[in-house]
Write a protein that binds this ligand. Structure first.
Ligand code: FAD
Length: 456
């Protein structure tokens, strides 16, 4: 007999774990099961090695629109509120405040920074300050050391830098979900879902050759979520571009996060320098931007699934052509392609990226960290013939598919609140919205989140 559940979540990264927490703590859902194919949580993108560990607020992400900055700020504040409820030792194992700035190098970037700051960021983020070379040198001496005298620099310094070990945060959600349910939450690790079929209210999921029945299914499977949506026959007109990101490491040269100016509308940040929350002796530079034909970095067994997820029809091909030939994306991709070349790749990366942030670093100081990095599943919007900025959520009757490029770890709880609201409404389950408002969402200031709660 197949095991039966009310809700099955597929994927034990930060998206699945935060939803498990939300359902356990704030609803009366009876039987919830989480299936994860690896033997631990946060094994892929949510692992702290594989992402940039930034709690994004939208203040130094110069590629965001003002609306995206506002939304991201709310999402980050929800995470901060969760963290604020934890005992100190748990809080300290997950997060740490740090300095944070976005650096403009040369007149064109400085003009861009000024424009973004004056046209809105300074109103949304009163703590964001424009600073010049002297103040930069005080905060980050290595950013100014050995910089050519004639190179102009300016930065926006933020007062809300926060690095997060998203793996530990994922584990915290799982632990608290179990506590909220007195151990009644069902979790199966080492359990790989291979198929989903059925109809709303009566889904059958097969994992490790065994059938599970669920009324509602939520795929929090990272780059695999669209694969399963397509298996269900949904969203034939969407495809995913898997944008790989690698990191390089150097001895510690930065005190906080130093982001660079990025073109508006580009879905990935320019290479930045970051401290590592798991290793205080190093600075990380990245992520690079490489298109992989894989759903998981370095896992060639995912190539055939990637091909199944990608529609090679006219609309997709022409969208892809449009994206690849757009001036800004093309130049980023070509530049990054060079970084993968053996021999000259690292020196090109040093010259084009690292030395803009820390001019004094040499080839001996930096090395590619093959064990770090992941894949950002960017959705291709065939109507706009463009890449979607940020996360995508496909909601169908009694099913949800979460596709989570950056800043998907920051938006985990906001996403979980939205999903829970939708699930409860469809299934007629009680959602303790008052509890969520009391603990996590300030309904006066978090307008975008409140709108999502009402307008699912
Ligand atoms: C290079 C890089 C840098 C980033 N930097 C940041 C950052 O600084 N800040 C930020 O907020 N975000 C960042 N992100 C994005 C962030 O890491 C992701 O959005 C987030 O981790 C996604 O979490 P997830 O749980 O949705 O997906 P994942 O962490 O990928 O988890 C998906 C889970 O689903 C499981 N799964 C998949 N298929 C199956 C199956 N068939 N059966 C069972 N289980 C399955 C996987 O094993 C995995 O555990 C970055 C991403 C990358 C790649």
């Amino acid at each position: 007999m197949p095991e039966s559940y009310d809700i099955i979540i597929v994927g034990g990264g930060i998206t699945g774990a935060s939803l498990l927490y939300m359902l356990s703590k704030y609803t009366d859902a009876k039987k919830v099961l989480l299936l994860e194919k690896f033997n631990s949580f946060a094994a892929l993108n949510s692992n702290s090695n594989n992402n940039a560990q930034t709690l994004h607020f939208g203040d130094i992400e110069t590629n965001y629109s003002i609306e995206k900055s506002r939304e991201t700020k709310e999402e980050a504040e929800i995470v901060l509120r969760y963290l604020g409820m934890l005992p100190k030792s748990e809080y300290d194992s997950i997060t740490k405040k740090c300095g944070k700035m976005v650096l403009g190098v040369g007149d064109t970037e400085i003009q861009k920074l000024d424009k973004i700051y004056d046209s809105g960021l300074k109103h949304i983020f009163p703590g964001l300050k424009r600073i010049g070379p002297n103040e930069i040198a005080k905060l980050e001496p290595n950013v100014m050391k050995k910089r050519p005298m004639d190179e102009s620099v300016q930065a926006l310094k933020s007062d809300n830098g926060q690095m997060v070990n998203f793996r530990n945060l994922t584990n915290s959600f799982v632990k608290r979900a179990k506590l909220a349910r007195n151990g009644r939450v069902s979790i199966k690790l080492n359990t790989k879902v291979t198929s989903v079929k059925g109809s709303p209210g009566e889904f059958e999921i097969t994992a490790n050759g065994k059938a599970y029945h669920a009324k509602f299914v939520v795929f929090c499977s990272g780059s695999y979520s669209l694969y399963f949506a397509k298996m269900m026959g949904y969203e034939k007109n969407l495809s995913v571009l898997c944008v790989g990101g690698n990191f390089y490491t150097a001895p510690k040269v930065l005190n906080g996060k130093v982001y660079r100016v990025q073109e508006g509308g580009i879905p990935f940040a320019a290479v930045h320098g970051d401290p590592d929350i798991t290793n205080s002796r190093i600075t990380r530079f990245g992520p690079t931007v490489t298109i992989y034909p894989e759903l998981e970095k370095g896992n060639s067994s995912t190539i055939s699934d990637y091909i199944r997820t990608f529609d090679f029809d006219l609309a997709t091909t022409s969208s892809l052509f449009n994206i690849m030939t757009s001036r800004d994306i093309r130049s980023i991709l070509w530049k990054n392609l060079l970084y993968d070349l053996p021999g000259i790749g690292t020196s090109m990366f040093l010259k084009n990226e690292v030395s803009k942030i820390v001019p004094s670093l040499t080839l001996n100081d930096i090395k590619l960290a093959p064990y770090m990095g992941g894949v950002r599943p960017q959705i291709i919007d065939e109507n706009k013939k463009a890449l979607v900025l940020g996360e995508s959520k496909i909601k169908k009757d009694w099913s949800i598919f979460n596709i989570t490029p950056s800043p998907g770890a920051t938006s985990c709880l906001a996403s979980a609140i939205e999903d829970t609201s939708y699930i409860c409404d469809q299934m007629g389950i009680t959602f303790d919205i008052k509890g969520v408002e009391r603990n996590l969402v300030n309904k006066e200031t978090m307008q975008i989140t409140m709108r999502k709660l009402k307008n699912w």
